[in-house]
Design a protein around this ligand. Structure first.
Ligand code: IMP
Length: 186
């Protein structure tokens, strides 16, 4: 048990501390500031998991930018991707001719991101970059475009910093490994 906070019940161990995440996001923001110095990028956050990363990243960036969100179906209460992706909420604006930065929480099998990229490419943006806070070290994941990764992590189910298990744990300020006994119960 890492802490006695009620929100941390079920946390097996902390994988990435708050401070480490903050520093890495600042580095990514600096790189993006340089790469997008002459444009107004549209940050597309993938709900719900990317909320925390998105709000921290956008505040760490200093170029003028706009934000929009998409929501796609995730695992529900399962811990494996089904590969079936549904758009639950689409963008509010057109992206034709825009420089788009997709902001993802985690790339696991890569299926969700591949679906999203195929979908967004068809709308003729100027270009698309993908920034993911986490990427699982998974040999059988599909090859998908990811331009910047915050952290590569082992192939374990993680929670916190926006990531959920069955809707909970998004408000943990760090990335943690979920105790397998929690999902064994369901
Ligand atoms: P993928 O399609 O397998 O790459 O999974 C993408 C989505 O599944 C992510 O955007 C997350 O919402 C969710 N996901 C994948 N791995 C985890 C995890 O370890 N914890 C929580 N959510 C995850």
């Amino acid at each position: 048990m890492t802490t006695t906070e009620p929100r941390a019940t079920g946390v097996a161990r902390i994988l990435i501390d708050e401070d480490v995440i903050r520093l890495r996001i600042a580095e990514i923001a600096r790189e993006l500031d340089e790469e997008y110095a002459d444009s107004v990028p549209l940050l597309v956050g993938v709900l719900n998991g990317a909320i925390t990363f998105m709000t921290d990243l956008m505040r760490a960036m200093t170029v003028p930018l706009e934000v929009d969100f998409m929501a796609v179906s995730s695992y529900g209460a399962a811990t494996q991707s089904s590969g079936v992706v549904r758009i639950l909420k689409d963008l509010d604006q057109e992206i034709e001719g825009r420089r788009v930065i997709v902001v993802e929480d985690i790339v696991d099998s890569g299926l969700t991101l591949q679906y999203l990229l195929d979908n967004l490419e068809r709308r003729n943006p100027a270009d698309i970059a993908v920034v993911a806070l986490l990427k699982k070290d998974k040999p059988d994941a599909i090859q998908v475009q990811v331009d910047k990764v915050g952290f590569t992590i082992p192939d374990e189910f993680v929670i916190g910093f926006g990531l959920d298990y069955a809707g909970k744990y998004r408000n943990l300020p760090y990335v943690a490994v979920l105790d397998p006994s929690v999902y064994a119960e369901n």
